[in-house]
Design a binder for this molecule. Structure first.
Ligand SMILES: C[C@H](O)[C@H](O)[C@H]1CNC2=NC(N)=NC(=O)C2=N1
Length: 216
């Protein structure tokens, strides 16, 4: 967790002794001081490695605009006793046996949603629970290519998402298990694998943030 760390000002070699507030001003200008709550810059994050997510990021399940860089590495700690569920990406969807497969309860859904950052738990047009994620793509054909890659994954898993391409460059995917009319582990397994797809060539590059650490 990047706390209100005051990076050592030792590097700020000044020809004349400066008072503390001047040093701090200079340090702020050189981006050497991180106040509590500041979103760290990419350089700081790279130096720090992954960090615990901010409460706002957890609350929105990472769907709100990231408080720092879009490619921030978050430490996703599975809730205690969820070891049997973590590792969704390494699991395989199982064919749903009508009448046998039950829809997941809200406790399990809430535990699983933390394993698939970017996916929101919501309801589909018929009011049934589903998970949904949106992306912006470069253009209409990038959207179709996005669907092609997701489609190949869905065929491999035998579990299929609802694909939406709107306004030529907005894609959203909804996942639910139609045969049970709700969410099952299959939906979270597929969501996790969709998150692992490399689609960076199909989406606008995240804007680099202004500012950030100036190396002394
Ligand atoms: C037999 C096969 O497992 C079923 O038809 C699968 C196919 N893909 C599926 N996809 C989704 N999202 N829900 C299902 O219930 C479903 N059932």
């Amino acid at each position: 967790m990047l706390s209100a760390t005051h990076v050592k000002l030792g590097k700020l070699a000044a020809p004349v002794p400066l008072c503390a507030c001047t040093k701090r001003t200079l340090a702020l200008r050189r981006g050497l001081v991180v106040r509590a709550g500041d979103a760290p810059s990419t350089a700081q994050e790279k130096a720090q490695g992954a960090r615990d997510p901010f409460p706002g990021e957890v609350g929105s399940n990472f769907t709100a605009k990231p408080l720092s860089e879009a490619d921030t590495m978050h430490i996703i700690r599975p809730p205690h006793g969820m070891d049997k569920i973590t590792g969704l990406r390494s699991r395989k969807c199982k064919p749903c046996e009508a009448g046998k497969t039950q829809a997941l309860d809200s406790t399990t859904i809430n535990a699983l949603r933390n394993q698939v950052p970017g996916w929101q738990v919501t309801k589909d047009a018929a009011g049934r629970p589903c998970i949904r994620q949106e992306w912006k793509v470069l253009n209409f054909l990038s959207g179709l290519e996005f669907f092609r890659r997701v489609g190949a994954l869905a065929e491999e898993e035998g579990h299929h998402p609802d694909l939406h391409l709107e306004g030529w460059n907005r894609v959203y995917i909804q996942l639910a298990t139609h045969s049970v009319g709700g969410l099952t582990e299959n939906d979270f397994i597929l969501a996790s694998k969709i998150n692992d797809l490399d689609t960076s060539d199909l989406r606008p590059r995240p804007k680099a943030k202004a500012g950030g650490m100036i190396r002394g």
